[in-house]
Design a protein around this ligand. Structure first.
Ligand code: ATP
Ligand code: MG
Length: 329
C-alpha cells in the first residue's frame, strides 16, 4: 500500500478570464517511508495538489488516497493519517503556543498529549516560547508552531508545503533534523520547496510539476546523473559576450556555463580571454539539481493529451507518461 497515491487528478478553477486548469491529470505514488520532493515553479499546482490531498479542496476529477483511505469518501481516516504544514501562515492570535497544540490535539480526540507536545516544542526549538502568545511570535517562530501543530497527532504521513520559506538557517537545520528523525523512524514525508539544495539533500525521489502536469519523476540520484555534465563556474563583474550570455546561468556576479568536456572548458576560457574578461575563482564542477530543474522546465513541452489519439508511449517517455495522465477529463 502506498503512503499517498494520486490518480488522474484534474482541477480547474473558474476565474474572470475563464477556466483555469491548475492540475491536468496528475498521477503518482509516494511509498511508505519515502522522503519525496514535489518541485515546480510558482503556479505549477503544488499547493492545489496538497489542498486536495488534505481534503481542503475537491478535485474536479480523479482520486487521492492516503494509506488506502480515499480523501473524500473516507475523509476522517485520511485526515488522521496526514499532518499538513500549510504554505500560508494561519493561526489563532489569542492562544499561547502550548494551548494551540493542546487544542489541536483535542481536534483529533487525543488527551494527555503533554509528553509528545514537550518533545515537539523541544525538537523544534520552541521550548522557551511555550507560554508565549501566538501574536507575539516572529514569522519564523509561527512557522515552527505550524509544523508542531501538523505533527501533534503523530501522523504517519507528513506533508510540508514550503516549510522553510522565510525561515532562518538555524530553524531550517532544526526542522530538517527533526523531520529527518521522524522519517528514519518510518514516517513518510512529502515536501515542496523552492530551495533545490534542500530537495537534493533530503529527497530520495522527486516529481517535477509544470503547469499542472508531472514532467519528471525519478530518483534524485538519477535526475542528477542525467545532468552529470560538468559546468564551469566563475565570478566576474564584466558583461559576457552575447554568445556566452545566451548559454550562461548568472546570479549577480556568479556565472555558470555548461562545459561537458575538457576541450569545451578550454574553448570557454579562451573565449573569455578574447572578450577581455578575467574570470575569478574558476572551478569546474558537477551540475546540481537547480541545473536539472531548469533543464526539465525549459525542455518539457508536452502536448496536451488528445481525447482521440492515445499518446504514444516509447521506452524513453514511458516513465514520464506513467507519471502523468493519459486520459482527458
Ligand atoms: N482558489 C483559486 N481560484 C482560482 N485560481 C486558483 C485558486 N487556487 C490556485 N489557483 C491557481 O492555480 C494555479 C496553481 O496554483 P498553486 O497555488 O497550486 O501553485 P504552486 O505550485 O503552489 O505555486 P507556489 O510555488 O507559488 O506556491 C495558479 O495559476 C493559481 O493562480
Ligand atoms: Mg504553493
Amino acid at each position: 500500500m502506498s503512503a499517498v497515491s494520486f490518480h488522474h487528478v484534474f482541477k480547474s478553477f473558474a476565474t474572470p478570464r475563464g477556466e483555469l486548469q491548475a492540475l491536468k491529470g496528475v498521477s503518482f505514488q509516494v511509498e511508505q517511508g519515502e522522503f519525496f520532493g514535489l518541485l515546480g515553479p510558482n503556479g505549477a499546482g503544488k499547493t492545489t495538489l496538497i489542498s486536495i490531498l488534505a481534503g481542503l479542496t475537491r478535485a474536479s476529477s480523479g482520486s487521492v488516497e492516503v494509506l488506502g483511505s480515499d480523501v473524500q469518501r473516507d475523509y476522517q481516516a485520511a485526515r488522521r493519517r496526514l499532518g499538513v504544514v500549510p504554505q500560508e501562515l494561519v493561526f489563532d492570535p489569542f492562544f499561547s503556543v502550548r494551548e494551540t497544540l493542546r487544542i489541536q490535539s483535542g481536534y483529533f480526540g487525543i488527551k494527555n498529549n503533554g509528553a509528545w507536545i514537550d518533545e515537539l516544542l523541544e525538537g523544534l526549538g520552541l521550548a522557551d516560547k511555550a507560554g508565549a502568545n501566538m501574536r507575539q511570535l516572529s514569522g519564523g517562530m509561527k512557522r515552527r508552531v505550524l509544523v508542531a501543530q501538523a505533527l501533534v497527532h503523530q501522523p504517519p504521513v507528513i506533508v510540508l508545503d514550503e516549510p522553510t520559506a522565510g525561515v532562518d538557517v538555524e530553524l531550517r537545520q532544526t526542522l530538517w533534523r527533526f523531520v529527518s528523525k521522524l522519517n528514519k523512524q518510518g514516517s513518510t514525508v512529502l515536501l515542496t520547496t523552492h530551495y533545490l539544495e534542500e530537495a537534493e539533500a533530503l529527497c530520495g525521489r522527486i516529481a517535477m510539476l509544470k503547469q499542472g502536469e508531472v514532467v519528471a519523476l525519478e530518483r534524485t540520484s538519477e535526475l542528477l546523473r542525467r545532468a552529470a555534465a560538468n559546468v564551469l563556474r566563475f565570478k566576474t563583474d564584466e558583461t559576457l559576450p552575447p554568445d556566452l550570455a545566451e548559454i550562461a546561468r548568472t546570479t549577480g556576479r556568479f556565472v555558470q556555463l555548461p562545459a561537458p568536456t575538457a576541450a569545451e572548458v578550454e574553448r570557454l576560457l579562451a573565449r573569455l580571454r578574447e572578450a577581455g574578461i578575467a574570470p575569478e575563482d574558476i572551478e569546474v564542477s558537477k551540475a546540481d539539481l537547480e541545473d536539472v530543474f531548469l533543464d526539465v522546465m525549459a525542455n518539457s513541452h508536452k502536448p496536451a493529451p488528445s481525447p482521440q489519439a492515445p499518446p504514444a508511449v516509447d521506452d524513453t517517455t514511458a516513465e514520464k507518461t506513467a507519471a502523468s495522465s493519459e486520459v482527458a477529463p
